[in-house]
Design a protein around this ligand. Structure first.
Ligand SMILES: *Cc1c(COP(=O)(O)O)cnc(C)c1O
Length: 361
């Protein structure tokens, strides 16, 4: 594809590029067309309709009755917003080492001055709810302020059971907030903010929501809003209360990513037209087919949790002595196909296949 600015993208003789990385995912033509529209006055009446529509529509995707805040930022920004709005410097938080993204969120929490306790993991399993329960039960003074987990660990292709984490917290009778990274699951894998008792759910635009990168989300519970009143972490851009005050009328305190919101409006419509249960079933079907193919090739799947195989992506282990990035290069050069690279500890040993289809509609 040759762009008018002279940049050359996916310079293949013909046909569509197969973008099979876990994210950004393929942006359907319907969403591209919806964004191809003039940027309007973000303080005007036309915008207000758009703002109200996306702010209420996105709640249905999070399966929540509560507010969802939209930031012009990548998912990492919404991670930061979740922490700084609810916590105070030095607060103990419990996190689980499920893979690269869990490790990055932990590093961020430490940089922000939180006292992170990291339950170790082998990057082949999901969150250990029993370990969380044991740790919270042992915290007799109830000092731990939050449990932060990744729903779908995009570096390993393992999905964790958030309902089980909720039950673990409840069984321990612990008041810690539950914060969930659903950045690569929302819109691909069943996720229920209210029913599963999440306090803050973090998501991003460029994975299950089929949008380009650039906006991210915090779904917040009443308890999280209550905690925000006491939270002393310095924050300004990420402040929830200013967002919520403007959002009440369909507006934003700063300039919103208007054209991405056009796209979000269309993405919500597409997900609801197909029906969320059908969307989730489609991803499970693609995942099953992908795993069957990988087993047929005689390669190992990184996930070792029988119930944890991600519907959104599959991470594949290369045999010893073979470089995953060399394989990815062959796929790109010969088949116009982008596969996800191995991240962090598994770089060069793993490649990842995103399950979202290259659709034109
Ligand atoms: C992609 C991803 C992130 C990081 O999001 P950015 O948009 O790159 O900032 C964090 N967590 C998970 C699980 C992800 O898949």
């Amino acid at each position: 594809m040759k762009l008018s600015n002279g940049l050359s993208l996916n310079g293949h003789p013909s046909g569509r590029h197969f973008l099979q990385i876990p994210g950004p995912t393929n942006v359907p033509d319907r969403i591209l067309r919806a964004m191809d529209y003039p940027t309007i006055d973000h303080r005007g009446p036309e915008f207000q309709q758009l703002g109200k529509a996306v702010l209420s529509g996105i709640r249905r995707i999070f399966q929540t009755e509560g507010p969802v805040i939209i930031f012009p930022a990548s998912g990492t920004g919404a991670w930061e917003a979740a922490l700084v709005n609810t916590l105070s410097p030095g607060d103990p938080v419990l996190m689980c080492e499920t893979g690269h993204f869990a490790s990055l969120w932990k590093r961020m929490a430490e940089r922000l001055g939180l006292a992170v306790e990291f339950i170790p993991g082998d990057w082949r399993h999901g969150v250990d709810a029993a370990a969380i329960e044991a740790r919270l039960a042992a915290d007799r003074e109830r000092r731990i302020r939050a449990v932060c987990v990744v729903h779908n660990e995009t570096s390993t292709g393992v999905t964790s059971r958030i309902d089980e984490v909720r039950r673990a917290i409840d069984r321990a009778g612990h008041p810690a907030l539950l914060m969930v990274d659903a950045i690569s699951s929302l819109g691909s894998i069943d996720y229920r903010h209210d029913e599963w008792g999440a306090d803050v759910t973090v998501a991003g635009s460029q994975k299950g929501l089929m949008l380009p990168p650039g906006i991210s989300f915090n779904a917040v519970s009443a308890r999280a809003l209550e905690a925000a009143k006491q939270a002393r972490m310095p924050r300004s851009y990420w402040e929830w209360t200013e967002m919520l005050a403007a959002n009440a009328n369909g507006f934003f305190p700063t300039t919103p990513a208007t054209n991405l919101l056009y796209g979000l409006h269309e993405a919500i419509a597409m997900l609801l037209e197909e029906g969320l249960p059908n969307v989730f079933a489609r991803h499970r079907r693609h995942a099953e087919a992908t795993r069957a193919a990988v087993r047929g090739w005689g390669l190992d799947i990184l996930c070792q949790d029988p119930d944890g195989h991600s519907p959104a992506l599959t991470a594949v282990l290369m045999p010893d002595g073979h470089d995953a990035d060399a394989l990815r290069r062959v796929a790109l050069e010969n088949f116009n196909l982008s596969l996800g690279q191995g991240l962090g500890k598994v770089a060069g040993r793993v490649f990842r296949i995103g399950h979202r289809e290259t659709s034109t509609t």
